[in-house]
Design a protein around this ligand. Structure first.
Ligand SMILES: [Zn+2]
Length: 310
């Protein structure tokens, strides 16, 4: 087994163990947990990391933020019952964040979900949802008539978000959105979850954002998308549209150093580096990511890994 994949295997095995401890056989827990489901940035499927997604579990209710490729399976690996899916939040309409949005809800339903799901995110979320169910109506209708499942479409309630502010609140969490800077994808949001025991902020994709600093003020955990600029040339060298892709990444993402600046300005306790760009460059070590972020941030820095429970 090559060194990289062996290391990735052990890392994911450890993380699976950690995530399973967070959900001890479905026992009731009032502790709010964050599990990173996918930590690699960009839609290209990779061996070592899944596409961006995370779940916040509070009072045994699952709040999924972003739905990169494979999110339903990552939830299974994390030991989160798909039937506990209650809310889905999309930060912005890029395929590494939404490719499995419909699939998550559809497959959770196929796994036994029979209760309401609310989906929140920028337009055209309503159209995407409607067309997704239309595209898959043959399977959905067949399972309703053949397997006695409840109709899926009436379970799903879509809420398009166009501006920052309070998104929703329930017995477990209050969710607030802020507009972040990820042109040309507009609007793009960060979300803050305030639970009874901790506050968790997910940045979505953004260049260094004052709105994000305000949103994350005093939070316990900030999960920030990051890039490592010296490695971007190696990353884009693999694709035909290298020049345009490089310009886009550098203009619309945040370096690990700047993520440290954002975390320091916001006064958060912990910075979690995720949506790593590049996610699979062996020349960018764990130490390099963490050192870059720590050069401007005095709190705890964690390098995100798939299925890490925080
Ligand atoms: Zn994006």
């Amino acid at each position: 087994m090559p060194v990289l994949s062996r290391r990735a295997f052990f890392a994911s095995t450890l993380a699976v163990t950690a995530a399973c401890r967070a959900w001890p056989g479905g026992a009731q827990s009032r502790t709010t947990r964050l599990i990173l489901l996918g930590t690699g940035g960009g839609p290209r499927p990779r061996k070592a990391s899944s596409a961006p997604a995370q779940v916040i579990v509070s009072n045994n209710v699952a709040y999924v933020v972003d739905c990169g490729d494979g999110v339903a399976r990552q939830l299974v690996f994390a030991g989160i019952p798909l039937t506990t899916l209650r809310h889905v939040f999309i930060t912005h309409q890029h395929s590494d964040h939404n490719a499995d949005y419909g699939n998550l809800i559809w497959l959770a339903w196929a796994a036994g979900l029979s209760t309401r799901v609310d989906a929140w995110g920028p337009p055209p979320l309503e159209k995407m949802t409607k067309l997704f169910f239309e595209m898959n109506s043959y399977d959905i209708d067949t399972r309703i008539s053949n397997e006695g499942r409840v109709p899926l479409v009436p379970l799903v309630h879509v809420h398009e978000i166009r501006d920052g502010g309070t998104v929703m609140s329930d017995d477990n969490v209050k969710v607030t959105a802020a507009l972040v800077d990820h042109p040309p994808v507009v609007p793009a949001f960060a979300y803050r979850f305030d639970a009874h025991d901790r506050s968790i902020v997910i940045s979505g994709d953004t260049s260094p954002s004052d709105n994000l600093v305000k949103l994350a003020r005093g939070a316990d955990v900030l999960v920030h998308s990051v890039m490592y600029p010296p490695a971007i040339d190696r990353l884009v060298a693999r694709v035909p549209n290298a020049a345009a892709l490089k310009a886009s990444i550098l203009a619309h993402q945040t370096s690990a150093e700047d993520a440290g600046r954002v975390a320091q300005a916001a006064g958060v306790k912990m910075l979690v580096l995720s949506h790593l760009v590049p996610a699979d460059d062996p020349e960018v070590t764990e130490r390099m990511w963490i050192d870059a972020a720590q050069s401007h941030f005095r709190g705890t820095v964690i390098l995100g890994k798939d299925l890490l429970s925080i």
